[in-house]
Ligand binder design. Structure first.
Ligand code: B12
Length: 378
């Protein structure tokens, strides 16, 4: 998988100390871009509010019964469409539909039905959105309709190269799927440093699990088992690391409430600690006032936000905005990352962060350069 890290440092430095929270007041009230933004936001809000209902209309339209258990995926799709409308990024829907297409084909389903999804969603939303909002939705879905018809049939692009069975990651996966802790431990004790183990063994193993699940080769129970194994492995690896100095710069890691993907954050936390920095992490509660109070109490030198699913992007954007508007927090660098940004990296800055990406290891290295004085590094 292509990795990248683009930090908007010049902007961050320029903004440092400057008043960042000019908000809507500073803009001309009928500025075109502002009006378009407001339409997109309200359409996205409406889709989010009605997600459950829309997902069941789509399931019925596709002829799926509750037994098919497809509604969770369809809710995810509606969340993806809402985010695509809000951030003007059709790519988010493409990504989702491409994933769904591979999975449907792997499970022996009828792929041509998926091609009806954009049209079904437009019809279902027609009575709920006003004409301007509907126009935004139509634009996004028109692109998606072309994509779902012609998108590739393979999950390789999304998940990176397949694992070699005799690689450390391949052996760890085999052990995890068999529930064999002894073998898993042997693989992890194989001599690599903590950081190497994280990057070259556990991470690729988890990506492979994502692919196997998508291709219908393992079931959700297997995925949960491997996640639990990965979690245990991370906890054990952490005990091999030296504790950062008590006065080392503090980096806080958050993800928004409702996002159960904690593993990526655990990885980033260890990569950051491996660079000698202190960390604290929490799940930002729905009440942003509380989240900001927690952050101001901790006074971090940098904030790392993780986002794994498309549906979380709206919340993440609000959280970053709230940080920018707080006098004490306004100048700290905010980095945003997670697998979801691999194919649409521009969203990192669009959601308000100074930069970010998909590499936890580079994030740790970069933070060290940013936060540890040159004299100490020398
Ligand atoms: C494990 C897993 C789960 C586990 C999570 C366990 C846990 N405790 O974390 C469980 C089973 C709970 C789960 C649930 C769901 N999952 Co899931 N899950 C995965 C899986 C297989 C692996 C994720 C992972 O841990 N990867 C390994 C870590 C190390 O990688 P990472 O998260 O990308 O993090 C790295 C970088 O992104 C980066 N990074 C992370 N944070 C940050 C922050 C900053 C600032 C920076 C710079 C970098 C950075 O550094 C990390 C290390 O290098 C992926 C498949 C995949 N291909 O990713 C799906 C996946 C993420 N899940 C997905 C979905 C849809 C779901 C569910 C909605 C499924 C459902 N239908 O119910 C639920 C959502 C639950 C919820 N409310 O959040 C989708 C997301 C689709 C999307 N883009 O929206 C994926 C991609 C699977 C797929 N192909 O569809 N999931």
């Amino acid at each position: 998988m292509e990795r990248w890290l683009a930090i908007d440092l010049p902007n961050w430095q320029a903004r440092n100390g400057a008043q960042r929270c000019s908000g809507i007041k500073g803009r001309a009230p009928f500025h075109d871009a502002w009006v378009m933004d407001a339409i997109a936001r309200s359409a996205a809000d409406r889709l989010h509010q009605d997600t459950v209902e829309l997902a069941s209309i789509l399931a019925a339209g596709l002829g799926l019964s509750p037994r098919d258990q497809a509604e969770a995926d369809l809710r995810c799709l509606v969340g993806g469409v809402a985010a695509a409308v809000e951030f003007s990024c059709t790519g988010l829907v493409d990504r989702h539909l491409a994933w769904q297409k591979v999975r449907t084909r792997a499970l022996g389903g009828d792929v041509s039905r998926l091609e009806q999804l954009p049209q079904l969603l437009l019809q279902a939303a027609a009575g709920r959105l006003d004409p301007a909002q509907l126009g935004r939705l139509r634009e996004v879905l028109a692109g998606a309709a072309v994509f779902v018809r012609f998108s590739p049939d393979s999950s390789d692009t999304a998940n990176g190269p397949r694992l070699e069975a005799d690689s450390a990651a391949g052996r760890l996966l085999a052990a995890a799927l068999r529930g064999d802790r002894v073998m898993a431990q042997a693989v992890l004790d194989g001599g690599d440093s903590v950081v190497e183990c994280l990057e070259h063994t556990i991470e690729p193993m988890l990506r492979e699990v994502g692919r196997l699940w998508q291709e219908g080769l393992i079931n959700p129970a297997n995925e949960h088992l491997v996640s639990a194994f990965a979690n245990e492995a991370i906890v054990r690896l952490a005990t091999r690391m030296e504790a950062p100095a008590a006065d080392a710069p503090l980096v806080v890691l958050v993800r928004s409430h409702g996002d159960e993907h904690s593993l990526g954050q655990s990885f980033v936390e260890l990569y950051v600690q491996a660079e000698g920095l202190r960390t604290r992490r929490f799940v930002a509660p729905a009440d942003l006032g509380v989240a900001i109070a927690m952050l101001t109490a901790l006074q971090p030198r940098a904030l790392l936000v993780s986002c794994t699913t498309i549906g979380q992007m709206g919340r993440v954007k609000e959280l970053i905005q709230a940080v920018r508007c707080d006098r004490q927090l306004a100048t700290i660098p905010v980095l945003l990352g997670g697998a979801v940004f691999a194919e649409v990296p521009q969203l990192v800055t669009q959601l308000g962060a100074d930069g970010g990406g998909t590499s936890g290891r580079l994030t740790g290295q970069l933070l060290r350069q940013m936060l540890v004085p040159a004299a100490v590094l020398a």
